[in-house]
Design a binder for this molecule. Structure first.
Ligand code: DC
Length: 235
């Protein structure tokens, strides 16, 4: 079902913890509505990859004020499902575990958040976007017409991440166990919720959807129905 002429194109902010189904839901909602999908986690992952490539993580842990070398220049752009960092396709690399382990630290740094928030606000300026992340409804677009907060049981989220890793691994060898993934997810939840700047938190206006026992199709239907209502109300 594509966008009908005459309706308002809105901003849909989709927040929630790691592996709660945000990106799959956001991508499909965007497809159905004819909107643009923006994965802000991929932007934080890209900056983290850059820090790993420059070998500056230890330096930043001790002297976070040196972060500006990572941010200027910084070019992140999306082409379909692909993410480009400073002109190079990093779609696969940013999903590697070495990036997942460090991304909470990088995303806790205020200059990183300030820079990416600006880029995200620019990307959403035209409306007609579904943006997923941790602080989209609270900080990046507090006026978004539709705010969704997805949650799911940590074990279920670990199972989803495990299935994702299996699907993209050549032989399954060396993959983290389910227990290890659950622990990593819980630890990332804690870091994301307890950090000082833009912590993961549900906006008072957000619709909370628990995806533990929902199919992706059902989640997509729920969000699209809410979006269609908002397009009418705000149109
Ligand atoms: O959605 P994800 O797992 O790819 O996100 C990776 C990390 O990026 C996540 O642990 C927290 C951070 N993040 C953030 O701080 N703010 C956002 N808007 C999106 C992601």
């Amino acid at each position: 079902m594509k966008q009908e002429i005459g309706k308002k194109r809105i901003i849909i902010a989709l927040d929630g913890p790691a592996a709660s189904g945000k990106s799959t839901t956001a991508r499909r909602v965007a497809e159905r509505l004819g909107y643009t999908y923006i994965d802000t986690g991929a932007m934080y992952r890209s900056v983290t990859l850059k820090a790993l490539q420059q070998g500056v993580l230890d330096l930043l842990r001790h002297s976070p004020e040196n972060v500006s070398g990572l941010l200027h220049p910084l070019a992140i752009h999306f082409e379909g499902d692909h993410v480009f960092l400073d002109g190079r396709d990093v779609t696969a690399e940013i999903r590697e575990n070495r990036v997942s382990r460090e991304v909470s630290f990088i995303s806790s740094l205020k200059p990183v958040r300030d820079r990416l928030r600006q880029m995200q606000q620019e990307l959403g300026r035209q409306h007609g976007v579904v943006m997923d992340g941790r602080d989209i409804g609270t900080v990046v677009f507090p006026d978004a017409e539709l705010k969704i907060f997805l949650v799911a049981d940590a074990r279920e989220r670990a199972k989803r991440r495990h299935a994702e890793l299996l699907a993209t691994s050549r032989d399954g060898i060396g993959l983290p166990s389910l227990d290890a993934l659950e622990e990593e997810i819980r630890s990332r939840d804690r870091d994301d919720a307890e950090r000082e700047h833009a912590p993961l938190k549900k906006h008072a206006d957000a619709h909370e959807i628990d995806t533990t026992n929902l199919t992706i199709d059902r989640q997509v239907d729920m969000v699209c129905n809410l979006a269609l209502e908002r397009e009418q109300v705000d149109g």
